[in-house]
Design a protein around this ligand. Structure first.
Ligand code: GRF
Length: 197
């Protein structure tokens, strides 16, 4: 019986597309739902074109009432009964209560070599610090933001003349390789970190 995977996005969903494309053939999991906090998220259309059911819960009408927003998110997710949730460019910070519901089976991709540069603007911060290597990380989601056990990392050398955008573009290429590889291992029960160089 293949594992059921729900994916949450906020934007274009390029990581989501790579994950959904990877869950074919003999892959032990299938994408069963793609959700977003933005009804206009470009990734929703891409998911629908790939035949994956979608939903959106617009966070704005909740005016900061995170519990109410998350209650609706939870209700939509539970309808699809996912075994695993992949956050793929999902930009809402989730409360401890919501995370506890899915603890140990919710993954996230973050565009830095955690524990460095939790939060936003990771590439600019790596450049400002003069780092010679940047990258991305897939981790289990815990109540602390960008803090859970690391399941995989990909290292990306910083090049002379890099801007946050040029670096982000090269890191995204690695994200698209790392996340599907880590998900496949995770579904097979393998949680030792995968390191891509
Ligand atoms: C990615 O860089 C991801 O690491 C970050 O948000 C970006 C989302 O990109 N959390 P996409 O929506 O998957 O294209």
């Amino acid at each position: 019986m293949s594992k059921r995977v729900a994916l949450l996005i906020s934007g274009g969903g390029s990581n989501m597309v790579k994950l959904v494309e990877s869950m074919q053939g003999d892959h032990p999991a299938r994408a069963v739902l793609v959700g977003s906090n933005d009804p206009e998220a470009g990734g929703l259309k891409k998911a629908a074109e790939m035949g994956v059911p979608t939903f959106a819960v617009d966070h704005r009408p909740y005016k900061g009432d995170r519990a109410a927003f998350e209650a609706e998110l939870q209700r939509q997710l539970e309808e699809a009964q996912p075994d695993i949730i992949c956050l793929a460019g999902f930009m809402r910070v989730l409360t401890e209560g919501f995370v506890r519901n899915w603890e140990g089976r919710m993954l996230n991709i973050h565009p830095s070599l955690l524990p460095k540069y939790k939060g936003l603007n990771t590439h600019q911060r790596a450049l400002d610090a003069g780092d010679d290597v940047a990258g991305c990380s897939v981790h289990l989601v815990t109540p602390e933001l960008d803090d859970g056990p690391i399941l995989g990392q990909a290292r990306v050398p910083v090049q002379a003349g890099d801007t946050a955008d040029t670096l982000a573009a090269r890191v995204l290429v690695q994200e698209h390789k790392l996340y599907p590889a880590v998900l496949r291992r995770f579904v097979a029960g393998e949680t030792a970190p995968l390191i891509l160089d």
